[in-house]
Structure formats: C-alpha cells, structure tokens
Design a protein around this ligand. Structure first.
Ligand SMILES: Cc1cc2nc3c(=O)[nH]c(=O)nc-3n(C[C@H](O)[C@H](O)[C@H](O)COP(=O)(O)OP(=O)(O)OC[C@H]3O[C@@H](n4cnc5c(N)ncnc54)[C@H](O)[C@@H]3O)c2cc1C
Length: 496
C-alpha cells in the first residue's frame, strides 16, 4: 500500500475519538464521520428542566489513558477538563442492611471487611495480589496491543494459563474470601465490561486494581464534557469532525477500502478507513454491498452479545450529602438474577441498580437546592427480550423509582421535579447498537482477544476497527486501549 496520508474514522465514540486523536497527532489527515449531532457515542448526555444527566457511564477509571491522549501533542488535559475525585468509589448495599464502601483507602477497606468477616482480610490481600499480577500482564502484554501474529497469541495463551483465566471471577473471589457480600463486591466489576460476574473470566479482577491504583473520577460538567473536550482536542490538532451525517457505505475496489459515502450524499476517498460503529452494523450496513460484509455480519450476529441497560433519570428537591456519587443496590439474588439477564431473557421482579448521584460531586448539574440522580439497571438485550420498550418503558421506570424510594430515598415521589428514561430500544436507535447491547460482544474467553473482531479486517487490509467489539473489549478503559492497538497497526502501515 502507498504511504497512508488520509484516514477516515466512522463514529465518534470514545474509541473512535481516541483513535482519531492518535492518527491526527501522528500526522495522518483524519476525518471523523459521526451520525449523531454530538460526539461521545454511548457516553451521551441529556438535559431536562435545569438538570443534566449522563445516559451512559457516569464515572471514569484509568484517567492516565485519557491524559496520554493530550500528552501525545504536548497538551494538558487539566486545561480542558477538570476531573473531580469520586469518594468512595461506590457504596454497595444489600436488602439485609449490609453496606460496604469500595475505595483506595486501605485501612478503611480493611475496616469494612472486618465488619463483614474479619478472617477475610487476609484473603482480600491475596485477591489484591492476584489482581495486581493480572493488571501488570494486561497492561504490559495484552491490553493495548493488537492480535495480529502468532507471537500475540502465544503471549495471550501464556497469560491465560498463568492466571487460570478460565475460572469465573465470582469463583475466583470465592477462593479468597468466604463472605458472600464480599464475593459480590469483588466480582461485580465484570459488569463494567458487560460481563456476567458468574461466568466472565477471573482476569476482570484487574478492574478492581485499576480503580484502586488510578482512582475513580468524574469530569466537571459530566462525562459528556469529556467527550466534547476530546473532540475539541482532535480539531485543535487539525482533524476534521463531521457531525450529524451517517456513513452509509464504505466504498471498496477489489480487496481495498477506497472511501466513504454518507447519508447527505457527501463522498471522499481515503487511504484507510476505521470503523468505530457497532461491529454488526459496520459489516451489515456499511459493507453490505460486499461478499465480505455480508458473510462477516452473518457470522457475528450468531455470537453472544452482552446485555442492554435501562436508565432512569430523576431530578428531586433537596440535597443528599449522605448518598455518594455511586451506589449499587443489590437485590436478594445474585447468580439467579444474572442467569435471568444473560440466559433466560427475563425482566425479573428484583433488580440490581447502579444509582448515580452526580450532583453530589458537581452541584452544577442540578438546580440550586436540588439533586440529580440516574438509576441504571442491566436488562436482557433485545434478542433475548424482544418487548415493546416504547410501550413498557414508563411502567418499568416507575418500578425502578419505587425500588429506589423504598431502599434509599424515602419520599422520592413527593420531591420529584423531573424524570425521564432511556430504554434498550433507544440505545439501538441512538448509536445503532446491535440488539441494543450496551457492551457489544459478551466478554467470555471464547469471544476475547483474537476471537473478538480484529483491529484489521482479515480480507480488506486497509479497513480497521476500534471500540467495544474489538480487543480488549467494552468499557471506557478498554475502548481507549483498543484505539492504541488500532493506531499502532495503522501507523505501522503509514511508516513501514
Ligand atoms: C447505559 C450504559 C452504561 C454503561 N456503563 C459503563 C460503565 O459503568 N463503565 C464502563 O467502562 N463502560 C460502561 N458502558 C459501556 C461504554 O459506554 C461503552 O463500552 C463505550 O462507550 C463504547 O465506546 P465505543 O467507542 O466502542 O463506541 P460507541 O460509544 O458505541 O460509539 C459508536 C459511535 O458510532 C456512531 N455510528 C454508528 N453508526 C454510524 C454510521 N453509520 N455513521 C457514522 N457514525 C456512526 C454512533 O452514533 C456512536 O457515536 C456503559 C454503556 C451504557 C450504554
């Protein structure tokens, strides 16, 4: 291939933006083509009656990876976005009244464990040792690297064997600690990447270590403020950002991607094209005119996708300093609830609720004297539970508000100023997520590493992928790492 001078990135999710910043910083003239009128993808926000909400993730881990994007061009993230610390990282609450605060304050963590089962303190230290070893290997060996050769596969196999990666995370935690609450506290992180804690690999213990090492943060103005700052950084470097115009075709000639055409009729030629759009949609819609696209889409559609998420935003009167930024309200069941979500496609009467309270960290997100909250509930994706969410959403949102009122915010309904909800169907429509999945391909060993969508297409060598459907997977830290892997491959082509 001739030296790469012009590249297109389809989609301005965090993965697409991070890739575009890396390419542009390396001197490749890069155009980002985004269907929506705002960057950020699943990291999207909404505003209602003076309250601001995040519709997707509402905290940030691994801020170093974001700092690194600014540092590529000698810029400083702190000049563009203020990251506010979130403490505790999360408060876990069970129906039996048990509470547990996760944080990086070691003595406090040991005190919390002591209140559950003092004998588990030693086991927790050993769990942390395991998580630290995985974390080192993931960072140095696997995370931000593409699987494009046998050496990559050999590295992965050695790592999987060393850390007994076939063990599920909850089973691993159970080897170290005996208290069931603690086992849940140490395995729930798998869900951040879309994994079922009962079946996802023990390697996801590294997410606990990632939080302990790098902290948990919230950008002032919400996660959407960070997405906007990434887009501005890309433009400042000279990149071109096109919003509100969906790509409809990746043009090809033979086994080469030649350009991109959009819904408005705009067309341009590129030396390389990278898609950050959902992987099924990329192959089925953007490459549907090719044999390669149709075949890959069919194969992908038969694989297992992670669940979706139902989100309820509410603004209420009063301020609630006693409710931290992030609480997790566990239901009476753990394994059974995840079986309902991942296997049976059931909307259970009980639920696991991530309750975000962003205005306790950034009061500017609510009207004075008021508070903004978001309840996020993992639910089966549209393939497992094909219900009419447009019809059912309101009633389900009310059920979730009732749960929160009975468990934590008494008198919530009387204080309600505004409420809104976002359903799996909205997620499918808004960002073209296959089956409304919030995390793309489910993270299981059989769908990880080389077995996810490759960063470089197998048949079209100047076509690349970045984001949740690729290695290392879904979640903000992972898609930022995937951008590093994809950029590395593209830049090797550009400077052979
Ligand atoms: C409710 C919810 C909660 C979550 N919670 C967490 C969490 O706590 N922690 C965590 O780490 N992760 C969480 N995630 C997952 C995380 O948000 C995603 O894994 C990550 O944002 C995906 O980024 P991405 O770059 O792969 O792509 P996406 O964010 O999916 O962006 C893809 C972009 O491509 C655009 N696009 C699609 N088709 C086209 C087209 N034809 N032309 C142009 N543009 C197109 C879309 O509009 C979108 O902007 C959550 C997700 C959701 C939905």
């Amino acid at each position: 291939m001739d030296r790469m001078k012009r590249a297109a990135v389809i989609g301005a999710g965090f993965g697409g933006l991070a890739l575009a910043i890396r390419l542009q910083a390396a001197g490749i003239a890069t155009t980002v083509i985004e269907a929506r009128d705002r960057p950020g993808g699943m990291v999207r926000g909404s505003a209602r009656q003076g309250f601001s909400f995040d519709d997707g993730p509402a905290t940030l881990t691994d801020p170093q990876a974001i700092h690194a994007l600014w540092a590529l061009s000698g810029h400083d993230l702190a000049r563009d976005v203020e990251l506010l610390p979130v403490t505790p990282f999360s408060r876990l609450m069970w129906p039996d009244g048990t509470r547990f605060d996760l944080s990086d304050d070691d003595p406090a963590m040991i005190r919390e464990i002591g209140a559950l089962r003092p004998e588990d303190a030693g086991g927790y230290r050993r769990f942390l040792g395991y998580a630290a070893a995985v974390s080192r290997d993931v960072r140095d060996g696997l995370g931000p690297h593409a699987f494009d050769d046998r050496a990559g596969l050999a590295r992965a196999a050695a790592l999987l064997a060393r850390h007994q990666a076939w063990r599920p995370l909850h089973a691993l935690a159970s080897r170290f600690v005996r208290d069931e609450h603690l086992r849940e506290a140490l395995s729930i992180q798998a869900l951040q990447a879309g994994g079922n804690p009962m079946t996802a690999s023990a390697l996801y213990a590294w997410l606990h270590k990632l939080e302990r090492d790098g902290g948990v943060w919230f950008p002032r103005g919400g996660m959407q403020a960070l997405a906007l700052a990434m887009a501005r950084l890309f433009e400042r470097l000279g990149g071109t950002l096109m919003l509100g115009d969906a790509a409809v075709e990746i043009e090809t000639r033979g086994d080469c991607a030649t350009g991109v055409r959009t819904a408005s009729g705009w067309q341009a030629d590129f030396d390389a094209v990278a898609s950050n759009a959902d992987v099924v949609a990329s192959y089925a819609r953007l490459l549907g005119h090719t044999h390669r696209g149709r075949k890959a889409a069919d194969r992908l559609a038969r694989r297992r996708f992670a669940p979706s998420a139902f989100v309820v935003h509410f603004g209420i009167e009063g301020i609630w300093p006693g409710i931290p930024h992030h609480s997790i309200l566990f239901g009476p069941r753990y394994a059974g609830l995840f079986r309902d979500i991942y296997e049976h496609g059931v909307l259970s009467a009980d639920a696991l609720i991530h309750l975000y309270h962003p205005s306790v960290t950034d009061p500017g997100l609510a009207l004075e004297g008021m508070s903004s909250f978001t309840a996020l509930v993992p639910v089966p994706h549209l393939g497992k539970l094909p219900i009419d969410w447009d019809g059912e959403g309101e009633a389900y949102a009310t059920r979730i508000l009732d749960h929160v009122e009975s468990r934590l915010i008494h008198g919530l309904r009387d204080r309600l100023v505004t409420r809104a909800h976002v359903t799996p169907a909205d997620l499918g429509r808004d960002v073209s997520a296959h089956l409304g999945s919030a995390w793309s391909l489910e993270p299981r060993l059989s769908q990880s590493g080389w077995l996810r969508v490759h960063h470089r297409d197998d048949a079209i060598p100047n076509l690349y992928f970045v984001g949740a459907g690729t290695h290392p997977g879904a979640g903000i830290p992972a898609v930022i790492a995937s951008a590093q892997a994809t950029a590395q491959l593209m830049l090797e082509e550009s400077h052979p």
